[in-house]
Design a protein around this ligand. Sequence first.
Ligand code: FMN
Length: 544
Amino acid sequence: MKNIILISEIHDSSRKLKVAPESVSYIDAEMRDKLLQLDKICCIVKNGDSIGVSLSEDGNESSSGSSMSLLAQTLPLKTTQLGDPEFIKFHGLKMAYMSGSMANGIASENLVISSGKVGLLSSFGAAGLLPSIIEQAINNIQKALPDGPYAFNLIHSPSEDAIEKAAVDLYLKYRVRTVEASAFLGLTPNIVRYRVAGLLRNSQNQVEIKNRVIAKISRAEVASKFMAPAPEDILNKLLEEKSITREQAQLAAMVPMADDITVEADSGGHTDNRPLVSLLPAIIALREQYQEKYGYLHSIRVGAAGGIGTPASALAAFMMGAAYIVTGSVNQACVEAAASQHSKELLAQADMADVTMAPAADMFEMGVELQVLKRGTLFPMRAKKLYALYKNYESIEEIPLLERKKLEEQVFRNSLEEIWSQTKKHFYERDPHQIERALNHPKRKMALIFRWYLGLTSHWSNTGEIGRETDYQIWAGPAIGAFNNWVKGSYLEDVSQRKTVEVAWHIMTGAAYLYRLRHLQTQGIRLPFSYEAYMPKPFLEIPS
Ligand SMILES: Cc1cc2nc3c(=O)[nH]c(=O)nc-3n(C[C@H](O)[C@H](O)[C@H](O)COP(=O)(O)O)c2cc1C
């Protein structure tokens, strides 16, 4: 047995507590069990030379029992107390926790619905999907969760405005009331239209916001756009085309573009790889400036994403002032995610360093990269090779024959002529403009051919394309490695047991538990290191 140690006399040494001696635990397992009862006051008491843990139901000293020194105590802390209660209330949730969008429907209907059923917010991965598929998802999710909570991703498409617009058309048509807006570099008429078309004046003459926006950002310049009211030039344009009313345009001056700003640090998928500890406080400070400037009735909340996959990382975010946390990488390995079993198993084996940056399909020519898994797949290496060739040569024809042969045999498994005709077919259906731009431009043509590989590899990872396992493009950040290390030896080590909701509950419960340890530490109590481990246990049912 390891001992609880009093490391400093911060406490009032004269404070006494009367407790029934049999209610004090001195054995590790029992003491941990008491600390885990998050709804009770937990007291560290000294009886002679022994230090133990006792629960106090109401915090008052009992009139009977033995008098012991009260060294420290920690108050009840439920998972619902972490983060900003306004976030919980505004979105109608049980906890200040959200699972973020994952493109191509990886954040599936099933994932969103199972979360929503227990009061957790998940965002459907609408990016990359055709409008008809998004429409179907809206219908199914709304049917299962008529009162929410759920969100849909509104992703900025720099080269495909029609796609962004089509998503907004659907969200307005079906009254999707929460979007997770992401990848925006600035505001577009589409996101402004979504926001402002949902404004109305209520009976107390206040602005009522029907269309909630959770904007995910990784830079202060973009955050500031969402923290300000909608810009006048875009409002005028929308007024002209009668997409909003004059009253809505006036109301828009009184509210920010977003209700919530998610600060995304080093995450899976698109990321600037910034550390959360540096970025989050800066954006919280920025929020204060905007609140002071505009005096909004309801202050914007700032949440944290990127790298969160364990109780400790969740607690760190909350302690830095995050109003809520958002996870992503850990959810892709969960049973509800629409990723293949093979990809989930690779994710479950990943360590923290098993991720790397690789060229992104959507912004390949610009040299934009995203974070992917590198263990068990050759995708990052092959994608980087394609980008190097793109940088070095002006056309497919310029690539040395030997190099080209290698590409055709190993990467494309087809002649590049055949790949070009498949690429043309794809873009003629989706965005013919891309082909027109490439016809007299050999470098653009080369980019489109290479994007064939970059686009399909993520699709293969989701559908589980047999024979292409070594090419799977699996978006993931270091959070998955941290998660795997944490759950080693627990039921969640087994990928078939990972349910999004249970993962969320354990991260939040573990964070509340760890908070108690830190709180006791500030009172001079050092618990044995083994106490730091919060091990997830299967739920009989999800606690309410
Ligand atoms: C597989 C995968 C796909 C993602 N796709 C999207 C997306 O389409 N839109 C989006 O806003 N964020 C996307 N993200 C980011 C997540 O919503 C979330 O913000 C991020 O994963 C949190 O960081 P973490 O990966 O460190 O947990 C994706 C993340 C992953 C892992």
